[in-house]
Design a protein around this ligand. Structure first.
Ligand code: NAD
Ligand code: ZN
Length: 344
């Protein structure tokens, strides 16, 4: 269940009073410690004891070493099966916190309080948790639902612009795959800031929630959420492996440009729709230089994508603005053409 918090966090306090937890562990990174934790602690009313678990900020931390440290700390602090973990942060914190919670002692309860746009509209919803392995994103993880998701949009006020824009990519994706009106209202936004975006968050959350409810285990319609992510994830992984990480939403925006063009090459959408999508994405997102990445290195990563079956690359491709297909296998030629299209 998703709840938008009032300024006094009363719904969170009611939740904490109604459940009988033994202790609270609040997972933060250095930035959410500074910007968000004081707000949470200033409003949280509970008799329960709590501990703060802090990790460094960044995707580089979303790995087994960090998970191991957190499991050890929980053990040292004698967290029992009735402990509650509160994940206060962006997608790295909600992915990591969900993962360690769902595995520690075979699972303790957790709630998500997402603090980035990306985690509000996407990462905190849907019950996917996980960590990266080698240079592959989200290779190890669990399906596990938070007890609750609490959204406090004012957390966005301290979020850096690039992070806001990164989350905006997932919102645009929601419009493109499921709701043309949402896409059209988002592209009316000329100056991307928290104020302009806030009124559109609910629609994006609803789209994600709705898709997940229909297909939790990603057997069919949930795959549409992967639009832009097949090529996007590969480029994100390559950048990470070269020590130049880019933001998830930046990679997804790039992936959506390639995959919109790919949908056109595969005769799924009109040239006009493809051009509209590409032009609008280019308005918000700067060009990503992928000239150093060979077709072979990108294709190798595409072949390792979790969505693949029978060694075939499965794409989720638009079938119009506001609708999306999945398990679409493209010709190798068109995949390479779509990368070439982006490079140009
Ligand atoms: P993030 O968690 O790294 O947060 C981005 C940056 O913003 C960090 O430096 C963080 O410290 C900082 N920050 C967070 N909240 C802030 C605030 N209110 N004010 C100031 N700074 C703040 O990244 P993200 O973009 O939120 O999430 C990306 C991650 O989410 C990726 O690992 C991706 O794989 C994952 N993800 C998961 C799912 C899922 O379904 N589980 C979906 C999409 C993305
Ligand atoms: Zn994503």
């Amino acid at each position: 269940m998703i709840t938008i918090l009032n300024d006094d966090f009363s719904q969170l306090n009611t939740f904490l009073h109604e459940k009988s937890f033994s202790k609270i562990f609040i997972l933060v990174d250095e930035n959410t410690h500074e910007y968000c934790l004081p707000v949470l602690l200033g409003n949280m009313e509970t008799d329960l004891g709590f501990e703060i678990l802090e990790i460094e900020a960044g995707e580089e931390m979303k790995n087994i070493q960090t998970a191991n440290q957190l499991w050890e700390i929980l053990t040292e602090m004698q967290a029992d099966r009735k402990a509650l973990v509160i994940n206060l942060g962006g997608g790295v914190i909600t992915d990591m916190g969900g993962f360690i919670s769902s595995t520690y002692k075979r699972g303790v309860q957790f709630i998500n309080i997402p603090t980035t746009l990306l985690s509000m509209c996407d990462a905190s919803i849907g019950g996917k948790t996980g960590i990266d392995l080698m240079n592959y994103k989200n290779m190890v993880g669990t399906f596990a639902f938070p007890e609750q998701i609490f959204i406090y949009p004012k957390f966005l006020e301290t979020l850096p612009f690039k992070e806001l824009r990164s989350g905006f990519a997932e919102m645009l994706k929601h419009g493109l795959i499921a709701d043309k009106a949402h896409w059209e209202s988002l592209i009316q936004i000329h100056k991307l800031d928290a104020e302009a975006i806030v009124t559109h968050i609910q629609t994006s959350m609803d789209i994600k929630q709705d898709v997940v409810e229909k297909d939790f285990h990603e057997r069919n319609i949930r795959k549409t959420l992967n639009f832009g992510h097949t090529i996007g994830h590969s480029v994100e992984s390559l950048c990470l492996s070269q020590g130049n990480p880019i933001l998830h939403g930046e990679a997804v925006a790039m992936g959506m440009i390639c995959e919109a063009h790919l949908a056109y090459l595969e005769d799924l959408i009109s040239q006009q729709d493809a051009e509209t999508i590409v032009e609008n994405l280019q308005r918000y997102y700067p060009y990503l230089d992928i000239s150093d990445f060979s077709d072979e290195s990108i294709t190798a990563l595409l072949l390792n994508d979790k969505k693949n079956t029978d060694s075939k690359i499965n794409f989720s491709l638009l079938s119009g603005i506001g609708s999306c297909t999945y398990d679409h296998q493209c010709s190798q030629e068109n995949i390479l053409k779509s990368l070439e299209f982006y490079r140009k």
